[in-house]
Unconditional design. Structure first.
Length: 55
């Protein structure tokens, strides 16, 4: 199974964009929470790919 390590930087960029959007979002606590959750999942996905690519 080939790991797509080229996606790691893209996942991190997506996580950072979501975090920026979350900081700018002031209208809805639910929207901010959803964006923060998306940020966490993207960060975890990048970390998992990094870990798997080292093994």
């Amino acid at each position: 199974m080939a790991l797509h390590t080229e996606y790691i930087p893209e996942l991190k960029n997506m996580a950072n964009r979501v975090a920026e959007m979350s900081e700018k979002e002031k209208s809805s606590t639910d929207a901010r929470y959803a964006m923060h959750s998306a940020y966490q999942y993207l960060q975890k996905a990048a970390k998992v790919l990094e870990t798997l690519s080292k093994n």
